[in-house]
Write a protein that binds this ligand. Structure first.
Ligand SMILES: *Cc1c(COP(=O)(O)O)cnc(C)c1O
Length: 438
């Protein structure tokens, strides 16, 4: 028996860097990255030796480590969960029309803050204003980074140092720790809670008004509903009181929609019902990029625009381009917005997709329930169909390229086909075949 110590036979990092294959990698990817890859290849090899395995060719391993380190971290994922606006999976996939605008605007210079007619400085806030006015009936509009930012900006600009009245039934947590009372505190406004969790009346708001009251904030309940013995004032009733007492009424719609969609209030309806400012997200049911949209009375929007926080919260040109493309697609009603397609696709079409996927993968078609997600329509379940596969495939499919994410139910992996695009069916089938042959 020879008594050799396999750990001693491992090359040093320097020796590895001298290897011809590794030198070629360093030329392509830079020395720093390859050194990191070499260290981690050595570490993995040591782990295997400790576990009693034979050592593999370390230089070869450096190459796969380099692949790993050099590949992008933020990647496309196939969403087979049936949750349409999936917060962990990037919310709304963009419409082709929106992507076209991003490419066009971002690949070169743009008139982001330049008025080509006047040959003078312009405002980035002007590009979307007229589309948003047209789609919501508002006097003015403003776009910031996300809806949390829109709410923060509205409160800071209109109520800093003053009181904001909110119903206890609307002090919501949206997700990831985003809580309305915390945002309110950060804005410098003071929260005045009225009513109870399940019932708040106009008289509760009225009784809480002081000389310091600047604003009534209505907040869409988003991800939950109070059912049973519940009451909250209608927007017109609240608007009447606000108007009489000189208080601004702001309606945070959360998701926000631009046309009828189940029981979600549209921005236009909210403004027509008396809200003076309405805020909503760009990447929930609107199906666009992450953005916060504020529409409403021109003098109020102007106060937001002039507030220093606007500069910190403003949207960048990629967002503005994608949002303009999304809104234009929405207006033309010809171009497809993926979120709306998934929400409205007839169940039969989803079933056909599930059948095709089941045929290609040897899976079974099962009825399932899809959801809107993104804190919208929490009670609505959309009829859907999934392709059921063995649960063992959960992890390998998640590690595929692109990763495929489904849901586990009753010991099976369900790939819900409402959130799959037609073109993704073949891709998923290929990934399943690759996992099975391994
Ligand atoms: C989702 C939501 C927000 C936050 O919007 P983001 O675009 O995620 O920042 C704020 N208010 C309500 C009511 C929401 O549902």
């Amino acid at each position: 028996m020879e008594s050799r110590n396999p750990f001693r036979e491992l090359p040093s990092v320097d020796a590895l860097l001298g290897d011809e294959r590794v030198r070629a990698l360093a030329e392509r990817h830079g020395r720093a990255l390859v050194v990191r890859a070499a260290r981690s290849a050595l570490e993995r090899t040591r782990e295997e030796l400790r576990a009693g395995y034979e050592a593999r060719d370390v230089a070869e391993r450096v190459a796969s480590e380099v692949d790993l380190l050099a590949s992008p971290s933020l990647r496309r994922v196939v969403n087979a969960t049936g949750v349409i606006v999936h917060t962990n999976l990037g919310r709304a996939p963009l419409a082709e029309a929106a992507l076209d605008r991003v490419r066009e605007v971002a690949r070169g210079y743009s008139n982001l803050e330049y008025d080509v007619t006047a040959g003078a400085r312009g405002s980035r806030q002007d590009h979307l204003a007229s589309l948003l006015r047209e789609l919501t009936g508002a006097e003015a509009a403003l776009v910031v980074n996300n809806n949390a930012g829109a709410v923060l900006l509205a409160l800071a600009a209109l109520a800093e140092g003053l009181e904001v009245i909110v119903s206890r039934g609307e002090l919501v947590e949206i997700g990831d720790g985003f809580r309305i009372p915390d945002v309110l505190a950060r804005s410098g406004a003071r929260l005045v809670e009225v009513g109870t969790t399940n019932r708040t009346r106009v008289s509760d708001y009225e009784a809480a008004i002081t000389a310091e009251t600047a604003l009534f904030l209505r907040v869409h309940q988003s991800n939950f509903r109070v059912v049973g013995f519940a009451e909250r004032p209608s927007l017109p009733d609240l608007a009447r009181v606000a108007d009489r007492r000189g208080i601004v009424l702001v309606d945070d719609l959360g998701s926000g929609v631009l046309r009828e969609l189940a029981d979600e209030p549209t921005a236009r309806e909210s403004l027509a019902a008396g809200a003076e400012l309405v805020t909503f997200s760009g990447d929930k049911l609107l199906g666009g990029p992450q953005a916060g949209i504020v529409v409403g009375r021109a003098d109020l929007v102007e106060r937001l625009r002039r507030h220093p926080l606007q500069r910190a919260l403003r949207a960048d040109k990629l967002t503005l381009a994608a949002l303009e493309g999304t809104l234009a697609a929405f207006r033309s009603q010809r171009a497809e917005i993926p979120v709306l397609r998934m929400l409205e696709e007839p169940a039969e079409r989803v079933r056909a997709r599930a059948e095709r996927l089941a045929d290609l993968t040897g899976g079974e078609v099962e009825p399932s329930r899809a959801r809107a997600g993104g804190g919208a329509l929490p009670l609505a379940e959309l009829e859907s169909f999934a392709c059921a596969l063995p649960e063992e495939l959960v992890r390998p499919l998640r590690l595929a390229d692109p990763p495929v994410v489904g849901i586990v139910r009753d010991g099976k992996l369900l790939l819900d086909c409402r959130t799959l695009a037609d073109a993704e069916v073949d891709e998923v089938a290929k990934a399943v075949a690759a996992c099975r042959s391994r």
